[in-house]
Ligand binder design. Structure first.
Ligand code: SF4
Ligand code: SF4
Length: 290
């Protein structure tokens, strides 16, 4: 029932935005800190240490209330690792009706936080842990197995794309909603072999299409989203970049995740989702990701 309500509410907000310009979706870094140091991380850019003072919950309350007053009803909480600030997540839960979180899955988010969690796994255990760190795969499964809030979020690299089908099966076995993916396409200071260069896209796209054909209900990229990845140059036309509000921890505005997004070679899941009204055209995928 919540999903149907959310769907109609989303359509209402989108129509309101079209008529009055009120933006209703915000993406916010709730912390600059993280307990992992993944090899492909755009946030840390290869730095070992990035310990920053956390923002107090009172300041978050003020910021969130201001966002709500301006019309924001959907919020995506990212970082760093947002589960380091479960207090901020629970605060957001009191203010915003619809929340998504992107988390590395190694720190539990309380069960009464009833929102969609994009939990990262970048392949089966061996590859995932070589990118994300020792024992991360097993921690994620131990923390979230059977949790219906979870959609697995895989960052596709040249080293892990052949694991996609197996990850879809892991999601099925553990009762998750399914699997989505980003393409690791831009960033700085990271191990170059992980990146998908423009001329390597074709083999990745073929794999996405193959897995979609085999698991249409569990691999949650719609055909339209795969097409976004197939044609990666989105300079000048991106719903996520233009119609969504983006904030870093210091409350500076930006256009996308981090500050180094390359719109000429986009691999962002958020970008691939495009306008929510168009997502309605892929109801199977949309209903699992609201
Ligand atoms: S979990 Fe996320 S924020 Fe933390 S190092 Fe990995 S990619 Fe970066
Ligand atoms: S990197 Fe992709 S998702 Fe981000 S603003 Fe550019 S086109 Fe949009």
């Amino acid at each position: 029932m919540k999903k149907v309500y959310m769907l109609f509410y989303l359509i209402f907000l989108e129509l309101r935005k079209a008529s009055s310009g009120v933006k209703y979706f915000a993406e916010v870094d709730v912390t600059d800190n993280c307990n992992l140091r993944c090899k492909h991380c755009y946030h840390f850019k290869g730095k070992e240490e990035f310990k920053r003072k956390e923002v107090s919950v009172d300041i978050w309350k003020k910021r969130f209330n201001e966002l709500y007053k301006t019309g924001v009803r959907f919020i995506l909480l990212v970082g760093g690792e947002p589960a380091l600030r479960n207090d901020v997540l629970m605060l957001a839960d009191k203010i915003f009706p619809f929340i998504y979180v992107i988390t590395n899955g190694t720190i539990k988010i309380p069960r009464n936080f009833n929102h969609l969690l994009f939990v990262s796994l970048d392949g089966m255990e061996e590859i995932n842990d070589s990118i994300r760190g020792k024992d991360v795969f097993s921690k994620v499964i131990n923390n979230y197995s059977g949790d219906k809030r979870v959609a697995i979020n895989m960052t596709i690299t040249t080293s892990n794309y052949k694991d996609l089908e197996d990850v879809v099966n892991v999601a099925k076995e553990n009762g998750f909603r399914g699997v989505v993916c980003n393409i690791c396409a831009s960033g700085t200071d990271v191990e170059i072999p992980l990146f998908i260069k423009k001329n390597e896209r074709k083999m990745i796209i073929e794999e996405l299409k193959r897995v979609k054909t085999l698991y249409p209900n569990d691999f949650l990229l719609s055909k339209r989203m795969i097409k976004w990845y197939e044609n990666p140059d989105h300079r000048g036309s991106c719903y996520w970049g233009d119609e969504v509000l983006h904030f870093d921890v210091s409350w500076n505005r930006r256009r996308c995740f981090g500050n180094n997004a390359d719109c000429s070679n986009c691999g962002c899941l958020a970008g691939s989702m495009q306008n929510p009204l168009k997502r309605v055209l892929s109801p199977r995928e949309m209903m699992k990701l609201v």
